[in-house]
Design a protein around this ligand. Sequence first.
Ligand SMILES: [Fe+2]
Ligand SMILES: [Fe+2]
Length: 179
Amino acid sequence: MTPSPASTSLSQSIPELCQDLVENHHEYIRAVGPALLRQAVDLGPHDTRADLPALILLLRTLLRDLDTHMLKEEAILFPYCQRLASATEAVSMHCGNTANPIRAMDAEHKHCQSQLITLARLTDNYTPAAGSSAVYAGWLEQLKLFAEDLKIHIYKEDQLLFPLALARDAELRGADMVS
Ligand SMILES: [Fe+2]
Ligand SMILES: [Fe+2]
C-alpha cells in the first residue's frame, strides 16, 4: 500500500518533518516493536497455524535493522537536513554530498520494504487462519498497524523529506556559485 499524500501534510518544513518522523514514527517503532516480538515469542504453534519460527526471525531481524537505520538518521542525516534548512550557504557533509547518505537510506528502505512483503506473505496478508487463536488474531491486527505505519514512515522520508533536502542543497550550492 502506498499511503496517499493526503495522509501527510505536504506543507511541512524540513525541521517539522524531522521532528514528526522521530517523535511519531521512530518512537512508535521503539515502543511497539519489542512488545510485538515478545508477544510473538509467547505464542504457541497451536495459536497461529503459521510458520511461527520464520515470523519471529523476520520480526527480530526487521527490528534490529530498523534500530541501526533510525540511529543513522537521527545521528547524521536528520541533523544535516536541519542544518540545510537554516543555512545561508552550502553546508559541507563528511559523507561527500547530500545525495550519498540519502541514497544509503533509500537502499535500506528498499530492504525494509522487501521484509514487509515477506511479513505479509508469512501472515497471509495479516489474516488469521481458521482455527488460530483470538490472541493470534489480535496480535496480527497490531502487526498490521505496525507495518502500515512503517510504510507511511518510509513514504514521508523518501517522498517528502529527502526531495526537500536535495532541493535545499541545490539551492544553497546555486546561491554560492552566483555570489
Ligand atoms: Fe526514519
Ligand atoms: Fe528511514
